[in-house]
Every structure is written in structure tokens, then in C-alpha cells.
Design a protein around this ligand. Sequence first.
Ligand code: SF4
Ligand code: F3S
Length: 104
Amino acid sequence: TYVVTDACIRCKYMDCVEVCPVDCFYEGENMLVINPSECIDCGVCEPECPAEAILPDTENGLEKWLELNTTFSAQWPNITTKGEAPADADAYKGEEGKFEKYFS
Ligand code: SF4
Ligand code: F3S
């Protein structure tokens, strides 16, 4: 599966939503997550994200993100169309430690 990582937090560009063939993105207040049991591993969302927030869970150290994507995709609503990114999204692009600072 692919997972959304903390680079998405407060950027939430939503380009990923537009390309997913199985509509497996779920929307929280300041980030999206993927439902790992619905993701078919096609990989098309990865290069679409301007924040490079989407990674395959085969990369090292992503266990925490797999768990977070699993947990919150079961709680948050499904999102299938791209909305407006936050007006200040670009200010948070590439910032380190966004999970600790901003996740909600
Ligand atoms: Fe959707 Fe494919 Fe991305 Fe999985 S890898 S979330 S199926 S676009
Ligand atoms: Fe987030 Fe990137 Fe999608 S910033 S909303 S994972 S396009």
C-alpha cells in the first residue's frame, strides 16, 4: 500500500484525490490519509503530490504512518473530489516535524 505522511499536514493540496482509481483517500482537518485495505498499489498518486507526502509503505520507518493511515481512514470521511488547498499551504511545504506541531 501507499501511505500519506506528515509532509501533507497543512499543505493538503488534494491532487492525489483526483487520480486515485479506487477513491481510497479520507479527509481530516489538516491532512488526508489512504485506506491501506482499499489501496491497490497503483502508485499514480505518488508523483502527483506537490509536497511529496505519499510514499510506498515498503520504505523504511513508515510503520507509524501505516498505523495512522489505517486508524484515521476508518474514522474520517471519504474524499473523492479535489477541494481548495489552505491559502497558506505553501508556507508549510517541506517543514520538518509537522506531526508534532500541528496534527489534529
Ligand atoms: Fe489510490 Fe493508487 Fe495512490 Fe493507492 S497508490 S492511494 S490506489 S492512487
Ligand atoms: Fe496531501 Fe499531497 Fe494529497 S499534500 S492532500 S497527499 S496531494
